[in-house]
Design a protein around this ligand. Sequence first.
Ligand SMILES: [Zn+2]
Length: 572
Amino acid sequence: MKESPSMLSPEKQEQLQENQPVPENDSGKQNRNILSVVFSETDFAKRLSELVIEPLPDDYQPSYKNDFKLVDNNKVNEHQLLKLYHDISHIPLLDEQEMHDIIPYPDITFDFLNNNHCLPISWNADHTVMAVASPYNLGNFALLWKNLYDADIEFLLSRSAFIKRYIDELYDKPEDEKEVNWEGSNEQTLRDLAKEAPIVRLVNDIFTRAEESGTSDIHIEPNENDVTVRFRVDGMLKVILRQPKSQYAAIASRIKLLAGMNIAERRLPQDGRIELAHATSPIDVRVSTVPCMHGESIVLRLLEKDSAVFDLEKVGLDPDIKEQLTQLFNMPHGMILMVGPTGSGKTTTLYCIMNILNTEFRKIITIEDPVEYQLEGLTQIHVKAKIGLTFANGLRAIVRQDPDVILVGEIRDRETAEIAIHAALTGHLVLSTLHTNDAAGAISRLVEMGVESFLISSALLGVASQRLVRRICPVCHGSGKISSDKEGETKRCRNCMGSGYRGRVALFELMLIDNELRKAINEHKDTNDITEIARHNGMRTLKEDGDIKVKQKLTTQSEVTRVCKMDIDLGE
Ligand SMILES: [Zn+2]
């Protein structure tokens, strides 16, 4: 709001002067006739106690303050709370995606809105639509509004962070808001900042939104004048919010505190972990900070810990490919390689296979850098090169541990390659990844590392190359729009946020090493020849698999072109 409080009428100035929240009375009972909101606090408290993980505190009384204390302490998340408010009060939930140009309400102060956790969404002379963060005291609120503005009021329930964001953006904050200098603050100041309720809520809100949108990475980037929060969803980055630079120190400190990092250290890169226990399934968050021009760049990688995530069905393999792959990993010994650039989903696919192999009859040992997902039943080893625990050293120890299956995170050097191949030739099933574009390229890569061709040809069972393309949204079929209730009108598809895509599907190229290929490897045939032989024997290339998935309307031609073009850029 751009007008200063002095432009208000004297009476309104007086009423708003104190900047106090609307006084609470016994839940606004006598005012219920003024609006149709009925909010039974007893029913609410009962349902809330069923919802929270632990029993409610003894002194719990339904109120905005107490409810949000539960949110801040991770006893309940704000979405669950809002849904419950809605169930009990029948106040509609605001659709954030429908909110675009919100115009500031004339004659109202920042503090009034901030203290009452409310935001005018739209209005005319005698009617106001107001977003509120809770259904408490709305009877009183409506009465006050009527007195102040001579207007009826209609409420919509909304997340407190949404309201706060727009209040901050649209209305002038009083000057005394403290600006915190990122460089100069001492540790205690930063710790205090990190515990302030609005920051706790903002960071929780970022996590909730990330979970809901299927985000893989959260990027928090300090710029000269603001802080940008971007989410990577289905491989694409998108700006989610911009916060004033003044909040950066608090946001960064909050995250560093949660991740167990050193808050005072701002000049060196750090990494840490946060476990989000309060989600539908636990999520492991890997946090990394790197100092940059305007503060520390913070990237949070979200890893779902639930093994249900690793479902080979969800990778999107064609039935015939899946059948071939299943036969491969059920072999008692030999080596299977997954190739593709970073972010091609090869680790996820390997974990899907691990999840199938993971039974009490098999000993599975992994060596990874880092251990990305923890699966129960697996013995997982984290490479620590600094103390000499390299892939090669670790692998040597693993073979003495009587494993059936060994997963080597990545083969990067001759030594590791040779130990892995030796293990594959001595009765173990070995799975690993290599950094090459296509399946046939894996063979020349191993040869370049110095591995003998006859060892490769005798150990290798198959090589799979994978890419991820975005999946066409099943709700809007890729248009990003759906028809609205009104005739002829369309609105943005909520399932894909208007992008036309939701989730990803794998393009897969599976090269099975048959006798003919074994011979070709021994004869040092080059990558092109090996590809030709494999294709002749039935291998489908990534691009061909992509074309099939375009025909099946699972993805688009532009997606297939995009990931295949990346291959050319990557070179070999
Ligand atoms: Zn859609």
